[in-house]
Design a protein around this ligand. Structure first.
Ligand code: NAD
Ligand code: WQD
Length: 331
């Protein structure tokens, strides 16, 4: 298939380009590089020994997106493009609502105009809010604590309404849990700008000596050791989940959790990183971070049942691959 990957130069997008190319699909990337670099796509080409067509465009720009659709016969779209920093979204709600909602509307509108029926959307486990774990796709969603999370919940609603009105559309809403790790080549991975907000890049930068110590946000949650519990998923498994979603997509709207189904606490992740890489990660316990929930992990059985997809990598291999990328990475 010819697949348009919006946000394909980003962290999850670049790994998905690798998975798509390795599965024999052709890939067209549209990215404005607001949170990524064009040389990531060169690295994807090196890993796969395949070509990618790249458009440096903003996908909120309808005319620019139209040009891409008129230049290629597309079979499907994976829409990753979006802003994703939770804290920044609280400070800049207009930028987040505008970018994340308008991009989705523009891309799906042009899909309809060109009769491109397969659409895969990057959603997030954040839409479950503080539900009871494990999170199941049939649960009622609870409010999220920030504009970023709301853009994902709204994006899901928009696409659900569009699928209802256009029965020919096949839409998958993929709810990612906590993506970590990197391609085993060490060439592509997560390289956040500035001080990382997320746990794994923070741990990796402490290990590298770039940051002094990890601050563990709270150890008084009702979890195995009091620290927050999350469902960390290797980004390569996540990427393969997208290929499985595209291959198995059927008419209507379908929601899938992409997680491992296993919860790991913050301290358990730190210990796993230390053991996997033989390196110490100093940390201190500080106050809870506002907006955090105690536990978040998936019931991942629907994706297994319907897509034949399960995550294969364990937490140690996530830690090894994150560290290999961080060690090699030069700004
Ligand atoms: P990322 O920032 O690495 O990738 C997003 C890409 O989209 C970047 O390359 C950026 O330049 C591009 N982009 C943003 N706005 C654009 C626009 N208007 N036009 C064109 N390109 C644009 O983020 P990621 O971690 O790879 O996340 C990909 C998607 O998955 C996002 O929608 C994100 O919200 C979602 N998601 C991420 C996580 C996570 O923890 N990483 C979890 C759940 C969901
Ligand atoms: C994980 C755990 C923290 C940093 C976020 C978004 C979510 C999704 C994934 C996009 C928590 C603790 C963290 C640190 C810490 N993204 N922590 N010290 O909050 O589960 O999810 O990324 O959709 O929407 O909210 O991920 O990696 O920030 O935190 O103790 O320096 O690590 O308190 O328990 P989170 P995270």
């Amino acid at each position: 298939m010819n697949i348009l990957v919006t946000g394909g130069a980003g962290y999850i997008g670049s790994h998905t380009c690798v998975a798509l190319l390795e599965a024999g699909h052709s890939v067209i990337v549209a990215d404005n590089l607001c949170n990524s670099k064009a040389d990531t796509l060169d690295k994807v080409k090196r890993i796969t020994n395949k070509e990618i067509t790249f458009y440096e465009i903003d996908v909120t720009d309808e005319a620019a997106v139209d040009r891409v659709f008129s230049n290629h016969h597309l079979d499907g779209v994976i829409h990753f493009a979006g802003l994703k920093a939770v804290g920044e979204s609280v400070e800049k709600p207009i930028a987040y609502y505008y970018n994340n909602i308008v991009s989705t509307l523009v891309v799906v509108k042009i899909c309809q105009e060109y009769n491109v029926k397969r659409f895969v959307f990057s959603s997030s486990a954040t839409v479950y809010g503080d539900n009871t774990v494990p999170f199941v796709e049939t649960m009622n969603l609870l409010p999220t604590t920030n504009p970023y999370g709301e853009t994902k919940a709204i994006g899901e609603r928009i696409l659900t309404d569009i699928a209802k009105a256009n029965p020919a559309f096949s839409i998958s809403l993929l709810r990612y849990f906590n993506p970590v790790g990197a391609h085993e080549s060490g060439l592509i991975g997560e390289a956040p700008n500035g001080i990382p907000n997320n746990l794994m890049p923070y741990i990796s930068q402490v290990a590298k000596g770039k940051l002094k110590k990890l601050r563990v946000f709270g150890n008084d949650y009702s979890t195995v050791d009091g620290t927050g519990v999350r469902d960390f998923i290797h980004v390569v498994d996540l990427a393969e989940g997208h290929v499985a979603a595209l291959d198995n997509i059927t008419e209507g709207v379908h929601i899938y959790n992409l997680g491992t189904g296993q919860g790991t606490s913050v301290i358990e992740l730190v210990k796993a990183f230390e053991e996997a890489n033989g390196i110490e990660v100093p940390y201190e316990i500080v106050d809870r971070r506002p907006g955090d929930i105690a536990s978040c992990y998936a019931d991942a059985s629907k994706a297994k049942r319907e897509l034949g997809w399960t995550a294969k990598h364990d937490v140690k291999s996530m830690c090894r691959d994150s560290w290999r990328f961080e060690k090699n990475y030069k700004e």
